[in-house]
Design a protein around this ligand. Structure first.
Ligand SMILES: Nc1nc2c(c(=O)[nH]1)N[C@H]1C(S)=C(S)[C@@H](COP(=O)(O)O)O[C@H]1N2
Ligand SMILES: [Mo]
Length: 323
């Protein structure tokens, strides 16, 4: 049986749905071809497979059903580009961190939920992911450096995590922190950065339908370089808000100061909502380059998501929303 299916970037996004079906078949074909060894591996508990350098223990969950409510106005970024051109300063202050990131240990991985919540908890990332309703969403992503991509994320609405956390009445913000692993993250030696990488959202933002905790990309568990095991995706904001490899969610009544805001408050603010008319001090934000191509397209207010998010900012001073 020969199934010829074009890859995601060779077809318009509305025709990509088939790729998930393709992957299912491919996984099966691979397992059959590999024979008894693969089948033996499949019998090991997830954690043991991970330790043996094999599959992610949540791999059986992929691919998941796409939520068709989120559509794109541009082709999907080729997977190869989105997974090899990355910002992840823990592994270096350049874009080619993919190889270095492969050393990051993914299990055991505990997620702490603390601060102003009914009951603080520590939950293994596998338990967390399996509790949550996974879906796939196509989102645009816009880095403040004026490059952009469009990718299929797998994950769950952050609102579900807020619900699990049961914040108490006074909680107004969520602060998130990235893993700090000195053994594998050479960037941590750059001591002028206030590690760990930290980011924050207001409760309104965290509960907005668009705020997403991503567990995977392109129908597979999250590659290390893209922020395994779990990362934030807030597509109406500049990319630095979408913190990777999260180990802690703290509910608080104090506005969190992100790593970039702490380093350079004139350039990076708390809100960082995308706006083509508000230039970054070092570069214009009027247009963006699509990763994996030389095309430039005009930047959109809230990165094209104004309809979903503008309503949560009625009470916020417009002067601080876009920096
Ligand atoms: N922990 C951590 N999270 C991070 C970063 C980082 O350096 N460290 N970079 C941010 C920036 S600037 C961008 S544009 C996106 C890049 O995500 P990607 O590599 O999956 O495209 O991750 C964001 N999250
Ligand atoms: Mo970025």
């Amino acid at each position: 049986m020969l199934i010829k299916v074009k890859r995601g970037w060779e077809i318009p996004e509305n025709a990509v749905t088939d790729e998930a079906a393709f992957r299912n078949r491919r996984t099966l074909v691979k397992a059959l071809a590999a024979g008894p060894i693969a089948l033996a591996g499949a019998g090991l508990p997830g954690a043991a497979r991970a330790a043996a350098g094999e599959e992610d223990p949540t791999a059986d969950l992929y691919p998941v059903q796409r939520n068709e409510a989120y559509t794109l106005d541009r082709p999907l970024t080729p997977e190869e580009d989105a997974t090899s051109y990355n910002n992840f300063y823990e592994f270096g202050s350049h874009k080619q961190i993919k190889r270095a990131a492969q050393k990051m240990p993914l299990r055991p991985w505990d997620v702490v939920i603390d601060g102003m919540v009914e009951k603080e908890m520590t939950i293994s990332v596998d338990d967390l992911i399996r509790k949550m309703p996974l879906e796939e969403r196509l989102y645009r992503h816009r880095c403040v450096e004026a490059w952009a991509m469009a990718v299929p994320w797998t994950g769950f609405p952050m609102a579900k995590l807020v619900k699990l956390a049961k914040p108490t009445f006074g909680a107004r913000f969520v602060r998130m922190e990235t893993l700090m692993d000195k053994e594998t993250m050479p960037g941590l030696r750059q001591s002028w950065y206030p590690w760990p990488y930290t980011e924050g959202l207001t409760m309104d933002e965290a509960s907005n339908e668009l705020a997403f905790i991503a567990t995977g990309i392109y129908g597979k568990p999250m590659p290390k370089q893209n922020g395994a095991t779990i990362r934030l995706v807030v597509p109406w904001k500049y990319g630095f808000k979408s913190i990777k490899s999260i180990v802690r969610f703290t509910f608080t009544d104090e506005q969190p100061v992100g790593l970039w805001e702490e380093v350079q408050p004139k350039e990076y603010g708390f809100y960082a909502n995308v706006n083509p008319e508000v230039p970054h001090p070092r570069w214009s934000q009027a247009s963006e380059r699509l990763l994996g191509s030389s095309d430039r397209v005009p930047t959109q207010l809230y990165n094209g998501y104004a309809e979903q998010v503008a309503g949560i900012y009625n009470d916020v001073d417009p002067g601080i929303l876009f920096k």
